[in-house]
Design a protein around this ligand. Structure first.
Ligand SMILES: Cc1cc2nc3c(=O)[nH]c(=O)nc-3n(C[C@H](O)[C@H](O)[C@H](O)COP(=O)(O)O)c2cc1C
Length: 234
């Protein structure tokens, strides 16, 4: 489905429901940087995210400017060489049934929006590599975490943080995209930014002002019916 109806206007008067519905994943941004005062307010909102026992395990690294260019170059090189160094495994083939169907539909929607034929492997590689250009966003927030046990609880907390961050962007007419693909180069990111080996990277969020003319922003993902996700017990 093609969607070009979104607004870049700063508007902090949205209702909660409007904010939730305005949020979507953007895959194309203007180069305009987000003012620091706005960024701080977004980070202050995100900091209110709940976490297991209030442990607040997020360690957020915001990268902009020349450092972002350097990071992009390093990741693109590693991506072309197939040198992945993730902290957490991610095997798309593990999805089954309806989940696999939804995953495939998402991939199809992206390549369709990018006007890439499904069987053109080279063009698909190029389109996927936009992840490592941060979809032209002027900033990325890299979400690192300490490692405890099987990490499931901490990962849940990071998810809470991420959605709060994304809604804080949406409320102000900004946009972002969570990217597991950035985590495929966790070691590279630690090297470039000088981050301790003790911190593990789950995913990152590229963010900024959405570019309404970007091909990657032409897709809008649907959701299954409530009855497929929710069961009432009375
Ligand atoms: C944790 C997480 C990681 C994601 N990683 C990527 C990614 O690496 N690249 C990408 O293009 N989209 C990524 N997405 C975006 C999803 O594809 C998107 O959220 C989903 O298709 C629903 O669309 P919407 O966010 O526009 O509602 C990720 C989303 C989440 C929540």
């Amino acid at each position: 489905m093609i969607d070009t109806q979104f607004s870049n206007q700063v508007d902090e008067t949205l209702t909660f429901s409007e904010t939730v519905h305005r949020r979507r994943s953007y895959r194309g941004f203007l180069s305009t940087p987000v003012p620091e005062s706005t960024m701080i307010r977004i980070l202050e909102d995100a900091q209110r995210a709940p976490s297991n026992c209030n442990t607040q395990p997020w360690s957020v690294h915001i990268v902009s400017g020349q450092k972002l260019v350097k990071l992009s170059q390093a990741m693109l090189e590693k991506n072309d060489a197939g040198q992945y160094t993730p902290d957490f495994s991610f095997d798309m083939n593990e999805y089954y049934g309806a989940y696999a169907t939804r995953k495939d539909a998402q991939g199809r929607a992206y390549y369709e929006a990018m006007e890439v034929p499904r069987d053109d492997k080279e063009a698909r590689h190029r389109a996927a590599a936009h992840n490592y250009k941060f979809f032209n966003a002027p900033h990325v927030a890299l979400l690192f975490m300490p490692s405890f046990g099987d990490n499931v609880r901490v990962a849940g907390d990071i998810g809470m943080y991420a959605q709060t961050f994304l809604l804080a962007l949406a409320a102000r007419g900004l946009g972002g995209i969570p990217q597991t693909s950035l985590g495929f180069f966790a070691e590279t990111i630690r090297d470039v930014l000088g981050i301790s080996e003790e911190l593990k990277m789950l995913f990152g969020i590229s963010f900024g002002y959405p570019d309404e003319n970007a091909l990657g922003n032409r897709m809008k993902m649907d959701r299954v019916a409530l009855t497929d996700s929710v069961t009432f017990h009375r």
